[in-house]
Design a protein around this ligand. Sequence first.
Ligand SMILES: O=P(O)(O)OC[C@H]1O[C@H](OP(=O)(O)OP(=O)(O)O)[C@H](O)[C@@H]1O
Ligand SMILES: Nc1nc2[nH]cnc2c(=O)[nH]1
Ligand SMILES: [Mg+2]
Length: 160
Amino acid sequence: MSVSQQKHFPVSWEELHRTAKALAWRLIGIGEWKGIIAITRGGLVPAAIIARELDIRLIDTVCMASYSDDHRPGEINLLKGVGGDGDGWLIIDDLVDTGRTAKYVREMLPKAHFATIYAKPAGRPLVDTFITEVSQDTWIYFPWDIEPQFVQPIAKMKRS
Ligand SMILES: O=P(O)(O)OC[C@H]1O[C@H](OP(=O)(O)OP(=O)(O)O)[C@H](O)[C@@H]1O
Ligand SMILES: Nc1nc2[nH]cnc2c(=O)[nH]1
Ligand SMILES: [Mg+2]
């Protein structure tokens, strides 16, 4: 799907904070964690919020990249992994889309609990816990991807 065909879902810092806290509430009811594994880069800010809420100070990273700037998934590029099978660890990412990243990480760390803030339908079966579902044709813009800018009034946009 091209960028222009996608719906846009911009997320503010406040909304991200609120939804990450909702995820923390869900996770605290599930169990105790040895620590958090954040999937870079998108999982870093959600992991920081959840670590604060769950009083977790041990945080590791799996560093990977797959999407290009035009929103197309490319080769999964693993820059740094972690040892072990993930037993007792909580994996945090910002979202699952196709589920490819989650599948890759789950194969590396099969015993970890995988949680995201957002999930699209294709990735949903690969997440243990998430908060908000968005449609597959939606692109989520995180606060670090965007900044406020002027937009034309609706009436003016309709005329042009
Ligand atoms: O379910 P998938 O189709 O695999 O997509 C989800 C992944 O895509 C994004 O990461 P990306 O690789 O773009 O890098 P980033 O975290 O640095 O933004 C997002 O943060 C997830 O990790
Ligand atoms: N920011 C962002 N990254 C993604 N990676 C895969 N899907 C998405 C998305 O909807 N938004
Ligand atoms: Mg990512």
